[in-house]
Design a protein around this ligand. Sequence first.
Ligand SMILES: Cc1ncc(COP(=O)(O)O)c(C=O)c1O
Length: 352
Amino acid sequence: MDVHLAPPIAAVLHAAVQQSDTGYCGDATALRGAFSGFAARRWHWDVDPSSVRTCADVAAGVTEVLRLLTVPGDKVILTPPVYPPFWSWLQAVGATPVEVPLLESLNGGRLDLAAIDQAMAAGSKVMLLCSPHNPTGLVHEIDDLRALATLAARHDVTVLADEIHAPLTLPGSSYSPYLAVSDNAAATGIAFHSASKAWNLAGLKSALITAAHPRQLERLGALPHEVPWSVGHFGMLAAAAAYEQGESWLDGLLGALASNYLLLANLLQQHLPQVRFGVPQASYLAWLDCRDLGLGSNPAPVFLDHGRVAVSAGADFGPAGHGFIRLNIACHPDVLREAITRMAAAHRHSVT
Ligand SMILES: Cc1ncc(COP(=O)(O)O)c(C=O)c1O
């Protein structure tokens, strides 16, 4: 995101530098407590701080947990269009992706529970759930998550819930932490969190892995020693400050994102009316259906080459993304205005 750091986070980092506090991190007690407090206030989710483990980032956390749960060749369910590195995380451990596309990706989409049931029955061992969902901004309904948990329990599938975008749930939507939706979810889930998306801290390296059921906690106990120690010291300090003192900054950010989405809808209407777009329920990523622009299955290079606007190519998110792009709207409204104006000019240039 193109934002200024939240003041309480900047203060804690400045103080650490001032004190030359740049050595190894200490233990994670403060961060665990801060996350647990945030989860309780924000989501009414009761997280036992002792169940929370640290890791460098969500990518490393999910990959290490996949390594624990699978052997090469095991099948893991993904729900494209979805965050492209999910495929490479599976590849890193030799797992085989089983793609169960979302039902209709344009207005957020929805889990295809019947197809997930079939994929589980056909032997998938793990499901990688993106909640909220990148790139469509879907905040899964609690009933869908409960139904998913029932299926996971029935087929003995572990659900790895990547909840990195959860704090970015926009006003008017209600995010449900997977582990908290039902006993089946608690029994089948392992969740991944980080302050890195919502407070723009990705370069500082810190993320959290948590579970609620003794079976899952025992599995996490087998994570290699290096995993918790790979967390960054600055990342831990910053994340604890974010969870403890960063809520009013976050609320301000969410208001700005919501208004940018309205601006985007108006700008598209005005300059690129052929692009279809539904306002997401979470995060700062707009999933734009450009199939009616006449730019083929990969419109992203047109906007880059002719408009100097860098967007993500929809096809990177799986076959359902052909003809789509993902646009980051976490910027000043003037930048967004400029981007859409340039994209419209690039489109005119390419079709004439
Ligand atoms: C769904 C999802 N998971 C994980 C990540 C990466 O997180 P990290 O930097 O903690 O590995 C991202 C980053 O955009 C993401 O969107």
